[in-house]
Design a protein around this ligand. Structure first.
Ligand code: ATR
Length: 273
């Protein structure tokens, strides 16, 4: 029987995941398809039941179900457990459902592909302290990054994330003043997103020109943050790589094959103009 996969979310019609995974299935000679499934908030349990009945081999989970799906799974990876968020579900032999989270590891893969080696010794600052920030902070720590600090508008939330990495928690003002200390600065707030508020979460005048600046927002590809960082001479990493890598790691869990991320990034970049 032809295998099939899905992404569950609300909204989901805009998702680039179906086209991305179908291209990878074709590239790797696999006879499988991937469909978007619109699942309103509060109905993810019914959706899981339906997908099981209809024989899906795995699926991605996006907003607003990453936490809500957990009770419907049989097992969960340690990273997803720590984050209380699942973005990938795999059907194991025997019919058990396993949840994992490839968002944070996807960010790390994308950073390393775009910015090279020798990154682990650099001091990292993450701007923002929501779900994306905490996944990235944990994944960086697990990948061996030595020092991961967090700054946020609400400092208490930065403290909660930094407690997981052993790094410092800073206010946005402190971070702005001390920005030159950091070799990697990662923007995880919705500031700069085409649907969010414009501008910068903090001023970049003290950014070190040798730093790497990464944004997880990819619509638009060139955020104000990345433009301002590039203007100071920094190396920049856009958010599209994280999206592609989280998908690639999900694909690997389902098929055992790590697909070509660079080719996919180039293709999506062309499509986005
Ligand atoms: P996600 O789960 O996608 O990371 P989230 O949990 O809503 O999203 O987190 C958004 C983060 O962006 C939060 O850290 C938020 O700061 P607060 O904790 O103070 O709310 C931050 N954020 C949102 N809008 C912001 C703004 N205009 N300026 C600075 N930080 C902002």
């Amino acid at each position: 029987m032809k295998k099939w996969y899905a992404v569950l979310g609300d909204p989901v019609s805009h998702s680039k995941s179906p086209a991305m995974h179908e291209a990878w299935f074709e590239e790797n000679g696999l006879d499988a398809s991937y469909v978007p499934v619109h699942v309103p908030e509060g109905t993810v349990g019914e959706a899981v039941q339906a997908l099981k009945t209809l024989g899906a081999s795995g699926w991605n989970v996006t907003v607003p179900h990453k936490q809500a799906i957990i009770p419907y799974l049989d097992e969960i990876d340690p990273l997803a457990e720590q984050m209380q968020a699942v973005n990938t579900v795999s059907l194991l032999p025997g019919g058990r459902l396993r949840g994992s989270n490839t968002d944070g590891p996807g960010f790390v893969g994308s950073l390393e592909q775009a910015a090279g080696t020798g990154l682990k010794e650099k001091k990292v600052l993450i701007i923002g302290a929501g779900g994306a920030s905490s996944g990235i902070a944990l994944a960086l720590s697990q990948a061996g990054y030595r020092s991961v600090s967090v700054c946020n508008r609400t400092v208490k939330k930065a403290e909660a994330v930094a407690a997981r990495t052993g790094g410092e928690a800073l206010s946005l003002q402190e971070a702005e003043r001390r920005l030159g200390e950091f070799g990697i600065v990662i923007q995880t707030t919705p500031v700069g997103m085409s649907t969010g508020s414009s501008g910068l979460p903090l001023g970049l005048q003290n950014l070190s020109p040798g730093a790497v600046a990464a944004d997880i927002v990819y619509s638009p590809l060139e955020t104000e943050f990345l433009k301002a960082a590039a203007a100071t001479g920094c190396k920049t990493v856009d958010g599209l790589g994280m999206f592609v890598f989280q998908g690639a790691l999900a694909f690997e869990r389902w098929t055992g094959i790590l697909p070509d991320t660079q080719k996919m990034k180039d293709r999506l970049m062309n499509e986005m103009g």
